[in-house]
Design a protein around this ligand. Structure first.
Ligand SMILES: C[S@@+](CC[C@H](N)C(=O)[O-])C[C@H]1O[C@@H](n2cnc3c(N)ncnc32)[C@H](O)[C@@H]1O
Length: 278
């Protein structure tokens, strides 16, 4: 079932959480230093750290990639954002970055983990001039996600939209049609000037560590499919890559913070790129 809230018409929604098994959103929250995680998440995170000690560095580099790409898109005039696989709110969230540049920006968030829904209020504190909404939905049913976005009414899919799928698609194996899902989403975001932002776990920089980390996630119940550069590139077919193309996340238009942190490609183990619909 899809639940949508704009925070204006729906004061509370019932959710069911399974906190007895680790979940990728809560493990990611742990790596980012958050507190929305439980014992099974922390155990699985510790097992990940044993084989991939730079997981927190990779998580922060991924988050910083989202900050820089959102800033660039808002500065270049994009006012509508759709962020699927949002994660547990971690300030600054995407709408805070976009609305700091243009307060009229409108943002729709979507995630399939009910714990994100329980924290959605943090995603709904929009600027007065802008709007945000949260949709609980699964990207593996992309038509349904887009129908829910259209129903929420916060963004207009006929106008340019920046779609972000950050650190999401590696949780969608080929068997669930990751590339086909991206094509469905791109097929309904048709306005020229729309953007596709993706960060994605890869085995290309540290193959042994990446394989070990994926194994820990699998044993904890979450399939992770790291993808090579060629596989990553397929997500952008038909759209024009913005400079500098497909690079390790810390290498995408690095700022002073990137220079200070000096995260290596192997530490990040994620590709990032932005493409624009011609
Ligand atoms: C690693 S977090 C990334 C959070 C945020 N995008 C970022 O880059 O900071 C991955 C998120 O994807 C969500 N997710 C995983 N599979 C999903 C699916 N099939 N549909 C929607 N969300 C999903 C998880 O619940 C989690 O919140």
């Amino acid at each position: 079932m899809t639940k949508a809230t704009t925070g204006r018409d729906e004061p509370g929604v019932e959710v069911t959480l399974d906190i007895h098994r680790p979940h990728s959103a809560r493990m990611y929250d742990f790596f980012l230093g958050g507190t929305t995680n439980f014992e099974p998440d922390r155990v699985a995170a510790a097992q990940t750290l044993a084989v991939f000690p730079n997981a927190p560095v990779a998580a922060r580099a991924n988050r910083a990639f989202m900050h820089r790409t959102t800033r660039m898109l808002a500065q270049s005039g994009v006012t509508q954002f759709l962020d699927i696989g949002t994660g547990i709110p971690t300030s600054p969230n995407l709408h805070e970055i976009a609305q700091a540049i243009n307060p009229t920006c409108r943002v729709v968030y979507a995630d399939n983990d009910p714990i994100v829904l329980t924290h959605a209020q943090a995603l709904l504190r929009s600027s007065k001039e802008g709007r945000t909404a949260y949709i609980q939905a699964d990207v593996r049913d992309p038509e349904h996600v887009l129908d829910a976005v259209a129903t929420a009414g916060v963004i207009d899919l006929r106008r340019p939209v920046a779609l972000s799928l950050n650190a999401l698609l590696h949780f969608v194996p080929d068997g669930d049609g990751a590339h086909e899902i991206a094509e469905v989403l791109k097929g309904r975001i048709r306005a020229s000037g729309s953007a596709l932002v993706i960060s994605h776990f890869t085995p290309d920089f540290a193959p042994r560590d990446a394989a070990r980390a994926a194994r820990v996630y699998r044993e904890a119940g979450t399939i992770v499919q790291a993808r090579t550069l060629t596989e990553f590139a397929r997500f952008f077919t038909g759209w024009d890559l913005a400079d500098p193309g497909m690079v390790a996340t810390p290498r995408w238009r690095p700022d002073a913070e990137c220079a200070r942190r000096a995260v290596s490609d192997a530490d990040a183990s994620c590709y990032g790129a932005v493409a624009i619909r011609p």
